[in-house]
Design a protein around this ligand. Structure first.
Ligand code: FSO
Ligand code: SF4
Length: 548
């Protein structure tokens, strides 16, 4: 790695399952990757100072929590490719830290990250080269510190979505900052880090619960909904990412303008919420998972609003139609900032849509979803009866992410090969591998139950805990539920840590195990939690589904 221009191994597509060293497989350039490393470093410094202030009994404002969350979110895979935007966040972080340092009584024993403050790009580049992932020599410590950092990135993303809806939790913010501060400690050991990883999972559960609360209180409880996947004849805007508040503001501003709005990828579950689906011009869902966007954004014809990841570097042919907001960014694409009240003005994108043609239809029909906790509980009698009668023999949790690697066809083949007395519980963009297959239903219960976005994996965990109660079992692992989870980026890491914290064992994780797991750390996960990779479809159907 001596001559590497960058090093990143945070996602499932890390080059050769080792790490990206020249440019990211995702399209992230070395300068961006390095500045993201520096942003994480200064965010740890800021978190250290905030934690020290709390220890002195002083109050740390909510703003610090929001700031830390946004910084972490900006560095998530496929969120922000704009070096200038990242440098700007570094400056702002240094300003905020300076301000907090001024309130701190005891300035002795502060780590370098808490004091470092250089604002010229040359110094920043130099520093960025020495604070990256490989600056930690011991591979097990590095592995655990990165596992926790990635978990915190996922947690931050969910926290941010809750924050924009007016929901926050001081304990979650304080935990994230305290943990980031601990990661600066060169003496922290393996045992402490393993415990911290699990604690991160615990806070992952709280954050997903907070977001669930924010979403359902604001938009109502998701309900069974059929979503149109064809198109209408009006000009339209495509909304991708996960931020429901952005979608809501856009729906309000497009109402009565003659411009339709379509969801894309992880925005699909917006249709399941009563207060969002009531908008008549929310016309349907266009396309599939994030990685197909190069073709789908082309044929959509209208402007696209990226509210969060996953953004793929846009082709020149449609780049002028891509708008970013929130944590996302791409050089040359228009970025929409909120005003001081969080309101975003989407008039430019709406006017842009009016000048363009309606989307080209690429498919027709409907998909069904909205099976989050409350909807499944409304069907509980049916579900319990089907399990008792043997009509449903097993539930397979196939939540997580989709990705571009060919090996992911495993998930489509696995879904197709499942016996007809099984039901898939899904959430996240992983669903696109099988949500358009005609897998039928069991006594009116669809064989693919989509709970929603990746964070709605929380709902799947709640369903499992409820079934444990109904069937009077002692352990959630005694249920006829198996876990075959596909991961891609860091939100899947917090979902995984959350499931481990909830006591779920024997999770199969694919299509490959994370590059950031050292052999020893992988061993800990195998021995303590029974985590394993995937095999062939035939082997896995035999071992996971038919056995036991
Ligand atoms: Fe997918 Fe991307 Fe939702 Fe991720 S669109 S891959 S885990 O951002 O967050 O499921
Ligand atoms: Fe490579 Fe993934 Fe990092 Fe992008 S996010 S540089 S693909 S490891």
């Amino acid at each position: 790695m001596e001559n590497a221009k960058m090093f990143c191994f945070q996602c499932q597509e890390a080059l050769n399952c080792v790490g990206c060293t020249k440019a990211g497989v995702c399209g992230k350039k070395p300068e961006v990757s390095n500045m993201q490393d520096l942003l994480i470093y200064v965010t740890k410094g800021l978190s250290y100072v905030a934690t020290a202030l709390r220890k002195e009994g002083k109050e740390v404002s909510k703003e610090v929590g929001r700031f830390v969350s946004t910084n972490l979110f900006v560095t998530i895979t496929n969120a922000n490719f704009d070096e200038e935007a990242i440098i700007d966040r570094i400056y702002k972080t240094l300003d905020l830290k300076k301000n907090l340092l001024g309130q701190l009584k005891d300035l002795s024993k502060l780590p370098e990250a808490a004091l470092w403050d250089k604002r010229n790009v040359e110094d920043m580049e130099k520093k960025a080269r020495v604070v990256g992932i490989l600056s930690i020599e011991n591979e097990d410590i590095r592995s655990l510190k990165e596992l926790i950092t990635y978990g915190l990135k996922g947690l931050a993303a969910y926290n941010k979505h809750a924050n924009v809806l007016g929901y926050s939790n001081e304990e979650i913010d304080a935990f994230a900052q305290e943990t980031l501060a601990k990661l600066l400690d060169p003496a922290i050991g393996v045992e402490e880090l393993v415990a911290l990883a699990l604690e991160t999972g615990k806070y992952g559960v709280s954050t997903m619960a907070l977001l669930n609360d924010a979403n359902t209180s604001t938009y109502g409880k998701p309900e069974m909904t059929k979503v149109n996947i064809g198109t209408r004849n009006n000009p339209a805007i495509l909304v991708s990412g996960h931020d429901l508040r952005d979608l809501e503001m856009l729906l309000e501003q497009t109402e009565g303008t003659g411009v339709d709005v379509y969801t894309h990828s992880e925005m699909l579950p917006a249709h399941y919420y009563p207060k969002l689906k009531k908008f008549k011009h929310l016309a349907g869902n266009y396309g599939s998972a994030w990685w197909k966007q190069k073709e789908e954004f082309e044929s959509f014809n209208g402007p696209i609003l990226m509210t969060t990841n996953c953004l793929v570097p846009p082709k020149e042919s449609y780049k002028d139609r891509v708008y970013t907001t929130g944590a996302t960014g791409f050089p040359g694409c228009t970025h929409i900032e909120p005003d001081e009240n969080g309101h975003k003005d989407f008039s430019a994108i709406i006017e842009h849509a009016k000048r363009l043609s309606a989307p080209t239809q690429i498919e027709q029909g409907e998909i069904i979803g909205g099976f989050a906790y409350d909807q499944v509980m409304a069907l509980a009698d049916k579900v319990v009866e089907a399990v008792k009668s043997g009509a449903i023999k097993k539930f397979i949790v196939m939540a997580g992410c989709d990705g571009r690697q060919k090996s992911r066809s495993y998930y489509t083949e696995f879904a197709q090969a499942l016996p007809k007395d099984t039901v898939i519980l899904t959430a996240g963009c992983a669903k696109y591998r099988y949500n358009k297959l005609d897998l039928g239903d069991i006594g009116g219960i669809p064989r693919v139950l989509d709970a929603g976005q990746c964070n709605d994996s929380y709902s799947l965990a709640l369903i499992a805990l409820k079934l444990k109660e109904v069937f009077e079992l002692e352990d959630v692992n005694q249920l006829p539920i198996v876990y075959n989870i596909a991961w891609y980026e860091q939100k899947a890491v917090i979902v995984l840590l959350a499931l481990l914290y909830l006591g779920v064992k024997n999770i199969h994780l694919g299509p490959t195990l994370p590059a950031f797991l050292s052999p020893n750390v992988a061993k800990v996960l195998v021995e303590n939690f029974g985590i394993s990779g995937i095999g062939t479809v035939e082997e896995d159907i035999e071992n996971l589904v038919k056995a036991g």
